[in-house]
Ligand binder design. Structure first.
Ligand code: GDG
Length: 467
């Protein structure tokens, strides 16, 4: 294949495995093709400096970044990306801020990315754009004459058509997707929402399975559930730092079963609902007060977006009241940390836990669910309590699937998880590990790029100038 060019809002050095996630996923193919990774540097500068591109070589891979002006950061990043698209795509119209000024900044930064990326492109490049920050990037590149193959992957959910349609300018946004050759989603549910939207709102015609025609273009779309690097995570689990963490946790909590939650502090993750379910468990089943402790890591995230401050306060109040009402001199039911845990230690924490609570209200996929499973001892594995509204629930059918809005039934599932006999835990775990290994992150990367290589887009050309 040609050289891979990855474009995402933030980039990572693929040589540093501590980066995890996307960097691990893309490292092989970026290295093999001498690829380029382009994105925002994370820096906010004076408007006059926005024109510079910083280039750095990471082995065979080129890393190129641009800075953003304060105005662009405010309207593109805080405003449109995280104040409109993130909440609406997670079905939270109530939290969206449809300030009319944001969309201009969103478009301006996508134009800036297109303009700055263009001189780096070679004719045979395959371009892979990631996530909601960059939906119109292909359209902006096409407007500048770019004819290369371009794919897009959405890491977050795509909501049902009538929720999407609440965004002023939603038609512009979806039309921009048709500038790609392939659009990938996390789940079949997301793909169905895309089909529903384009068929009802844009009068698109399904050409054949996985292809839709609208705006004079045909686009391929499919579900490519992202996985983890199971081998890399197993190695991390067996390494010293994780093992130390595991031993410490086992000793510290030797008299109680550990429940664990690891999330970015985000309203999509259902943290207050999870605390209410845990409170319900303690209130209804007094014996669990002697047998369960919940450790909740809520790693800091987007702290300058106001909805995040609200969720922080709500969570702190809930944890405080649970500990106040149920705690004893020698036991606190909830250990809550608003801090980052080093990636090398996380598998040790997962492995020491009998139950993982992964209960988002909406999630594109949720990799914590997969990491928890990969870190378990297959002979004595923990149990995954998983929201049916996480993309991962389409694959992990042997988890205890819950409705996170229903604290009573979630509490009942947690109790079941705490009491589950080892044979049943083993069977469920083994079956989910099979799927995790088969659909790991390398499968995801290969499947998407193979589909992109096959996707033949039609009528690239002047129509793109109309966006
Ligand atoms: C988006 C979509 C989709 C968390 N806390 C700490 C920490 N983490 C790591 C986890 C995991 C990652 O962050 C979180 O991934 P998720 O998938 O759970 O969620 P998002 O960040 O919202 O990611 C999501 C994903 O993109 C990929 O497509 O699955 O649906 O929302 O790897 O381990 N890592 C460290 N310390 C922490 O405290 N080191």
């Amino acid at each position: 294949m040609g050289r891979l060019v990855v474009v995402s809002n933030r980039i990572a050095d693929p040589r540093k495995t501590a980066a995890g996630g996307l960097a691990v996923a893309l490292a092989d193919v970026l290295n093999a093709t001498g690829g380029l990774w382009f994105g925002w540097s994370g820096k906010v500068v004076d408007a006059t400096d926005e024109d510079e591109v910083h280039v750095q070589q990471a082995g065979p891979v080129k890393l190129a970044t641009v800075d953003l002006s304060q105005a662009d950061y405010d309207s593109f990043y805080l405003g449109y990306s995280n104040g409109v698209l993130w909440p609406v795509f997670h079905y939270r119209l109530d939290l969206a801020d449809f300030d009319a000024g944001y969309i201009g900044g969103y478009r301006r930064v996508n134009q800036l990315f297109a303009r700055k990326l263009l001189p780096f492109l070679q004719p045979d490049d395959i371009i892979w754009v990631h996530d909601y920050h960059l939906i119109p990037l292909a359209a902006e590149l096409r407007a500048l004459g770019c004819r290369q193959r371009i794919g897009f992957f959405l890491h977050i959910p795509l909501p049902p058509p009538l929720i999407l349609a609440a965004i002023p300018g939603h038609d512009w946004l979806v039309r921009a997707l048709f500038a790609y050759d392939l659009v990938g989603f996390q789940s079949k549910a997301d793909l169905n929402h895309f089909a529903g939207y384009v068929e009802t709102e844009a009068h698109a015609q399904p050409v054949e399975a996985g292809r839709w025609r609208a705006f004079g273009r045909t686009v391929h779309a499919g579900a490519f559930p992202i996985g983890i690097d199971v081998e890399e995570f197993t190695e991390l689990t067996n390494a010293r730092e994780a093992m130390d963490m595991y031993e410490r946790m086992k000793n510290e909590y030797s008299r109680r079963k550990l429940l664990v939650g690891v999330d970015r502090l985000d309203y999509s993750k259902g943290l207050p609902q999870r605390m209410r379910a845990f409170r319900e468990l303690l209130a209804r089943n007094p014996e669990t007060r002697k047998s369960a402790t919940l450790i909740q890591i809520a790693s800091p995230s987007r702290e300058n977006v106001s909805a995040y401050t609200d969720i922080l306060h709500e969570l702190e109040a809930l944890c405080g009241s649970i500990n106040g009402n149920f705690g004893e001199l020698d036991w606190m039911p909830v250990r809550y940390m608003h801090r980052n845990v080093a990636r090398a230690r996380l598998p040790g924490l997962y492995r020491a836990a009998r139950v993982a609570l992964v209960t988002p209200l909406r999630d594109g996929m949720n990799l914590v669910a997969k990491e928890f499973l990969a870190a378990q001892d297959p002979a004595d594995p923990g149990v995954l309590v998983l929201s049916r509204f996480a993309g991962a629930a389409e694959q992990l059918r042997e988890a205890l699937l819950v409705n996170p809005y229903d604290s009573e039934s979630t509490a009942a599932a947690i109790l079941l998880a705490l009491q589950m006999p080892v044979e049943e835990r083993r069977t469920r775990h083994a079956s989910m590990m099979e799927s995790l290994r088969r659909y790991d992150v390398h499968w995801w990367c290969d499947a998407f790029l193979a589909a992109l290589a096959d996707a033949r887009a039609e009528e690239k050309g002047p129509s793109w100038l109309r966006l």
